[in-house]
Ligand binder design. Structure first.
Ligand code: 48N
Length: 313
């Protein structure tokens, strides 16, 4: 079988490898290499210069940072609520520049497991309709359904969100403050987020003067959950910034009270700031629901609808 041939132009003129090849090249300096997918010991890659890898990442990452310094919607937190919001928003409004800021290296928040490190994920009806929309199989138990592994939901919605051209995910990046400006009426309005790489944000006590970056947007959706090193970030910041008198503090577990309270309580909690998911339980003092995820999905979808309403008003 003749090996497939790939043609490369010389990406790094100063590269000795490519310089040597180019000297022997015909025509306009393009050289050809044969690559070979031979699993019997003859596998050959197209050659590369290490600096090409750096430049491929640097160019794309920092171009994205530059472009997303002004976004239409910033979603803080890529857990089940934040990702459900991003999915519905990205699908409904492909014109919007949606930027997700996730503190963890791995997005997904608490949705990689169903509960107590067990893997099946329970979703109460009617939130199973979202699973059907995503094409995620489940077992029907009557009033609720069970996805065989929580990671099947999280990896599926992540892949859908990341494949949307208008959605950008900046993981390992923390929101460490909010931008709050006076609007034309003189009222305080949340107008963006203050960011740093998470390792920096978590180490302000070890180094001084590690100043942050900023992203402005007319709408911020906060989906930072209730636990973890930065849980309920925006709710807590609202208190210290004087936008909220005190935290409601999440109440004890009651599934039947908790899930409708979170979904129906999803709203713009301050001008420019929509809150969704379990962060709301800390803001409002609603109950926790424990190991069932339908409210996160429905709350995220509602947050997307609230964001569209706010942008169109
Ligand atoms: O999964 P979470 O923590 O939050 P939600 O609201 O998407 O889903 C909550 C859900 O997993 C539960 O807690 C379940 C239903 N249990 C309920 C119960 O009763 O126990 O995702 C929040 C994400 C995480 O990935 C964090 O890393 C991230 O937000 N995050 C941040 N990202 C950027 N900047 C920050 N300041 C920040 N704070 C949190």
């Amino acid at each position: 079988m003749t090996p497939p041939v790939a043609t490369f132009s010389s990406p790094l003129d100063e590269s000795p490898l490519l310089q040597a090849k180019k000297n022997g090249a015909q025509g306009n300096g393009k050289v050809t290499y044969d690559v070979l997918e031979d699993y019997d010991g003859g596998y050959r890659f197209a050659p590369i210069e290490e600096a090409q890898v750096s430049r491929a990442m640097i160019k794309r990452y920092f171009t994205t940072m530059y472009e997303r310094a002004v976004s239409d919607v910033v979603i803080i937190g890529a857990g089940s609520a934040g990702l459900s919001c991003a999915y519905h928003l990205g699908k409904s409004r492909p014109d919007l520049k949606i930027t997700i800021i996730e503190a963890g290296v791995a997005p997904g928040g608490g949705a990689w497991l169903g509960g107590q490190l067990m893997t099946p994920m329970v979703v109460r009806k009617p939130a199973d309709r979202f699973l059907t929309e995503l094409g995620i199989p489940f077992e029907d138990e009557g009033n609720f359904v069970v996805v065989k592994h929580a990671a099947l939901f999280t990896s599926t919605i992540l892949s859908r969100v990341l494949s949307m051209p208008n959605v950008v995910l900046m993981n390992a990046t923390a929101v460490e403050d909010l931008i709050i400006r006076k609007d034309h009426t003189g009222a305080d309005r949340v107008a963006g987020v203050v960011t740093n790489w998470t390792l920096v944000a978590l180490n302000h006590d070890t180094q001084s003067c590690m100043d942050p970056n900023v992203i402005t947007a007319p709408i911020i959706v906060s989906a930072t959950g209730h636990d973890g090193p930065m849980g309920a970030f925006s709710a807590k910041r609202m208190v210290s910034a004087g936008l909220l008198k005190e935290l409601g503090n999440m109440r004890c577990l009651d599934m039947n009270r908790a899930e409708p309270a979170i979904v129906n309580g999803t709203r713009e909690v301050a001008p420019g700031l929509i809150m969704t998911g379990m962060e709301l339980s800390e803001h409002d003092g609603s109950n926790r629901m424990g190991p069932t995820f339908g409210a996160m999905m429905a709350s995220g979808i509602k947050a997307a609808k609230e964001a569209i309403r706010a942008l169109e008003s």
